[in-house]
Write a protein of this length. Sequence first.
Length: 277
Amino acid sequence: MTASLRLTKAHGLGNDFLVALETANPALTAAAVAAGGSVAATALCDRHRGVGADGLIFGLAPDAPGADLRMVLFNADGSEAEISGNGIRCLGQAALRAGGRRDGRIVIDSGAGRRTLDATATTAPDTDLLRVEMGELGTGPEPGPAAVAMGALHVGSGAVGNPHIVLHLVSLEGVDPSVDGPLIEADVPGGVNVHFLAASGPDTIRLLHWERGAGVTEACGSGASVSAALAHRWGLVGERVTVEMPGGTAVVDVGPTLALTGEAVHIADIEVENAWL
């Protein structure tokens, strides 16, 4: 008989994830995830033949002292990603709720390093506000010819454990991330997340996203963090930046390190047959 897999589905500003906690799935081990996580992600994240999501996150027992759990993230195409700013909020919410809490601090190790999250319950029973310490702005990949050809006011890159290219445009009118995003990504070995940015008000930017391994998404938390930091460097915004995305709004605090604040919304608890892990 095939064992079941217990999942939580949640979204951060429309960027949706399936979360599988080791505490809810005793047979879920790091070895099982390494062997079958990619195949599970492509099957479960399929929006027509699976449950549907931008990615599948495993919350495993930590392998280093000081952390509450370890995050392993697979994109919808089965590729493994270092981190997701929206996904880690969904994981943090799921782990806290599994422990009977909605408020408090949780420390998560990821492929991008250790991240500390502070959660606050809202009046909505399915929605919590989480602040994530995203770390320092690191060096990103060199933008290629397709990015330069866009005629942007600024083109920059950065990393918070995963790579991003950001194009500052006069307007996002006519920008199609599904067309322009993969062209820009194709110039970068190993792929890259691509973001199109326009200033929309005092200390406010608007973004459209093309994410490596997921395609067009409603929001990208790590991309919002890098974009806000670059917008600050370009003199467009101050140190507290409101980031408007198709799925909703987040706030990024820019300093020696970056902090991302946004909602995580619980959608459903799901149990499926586990044919992969």
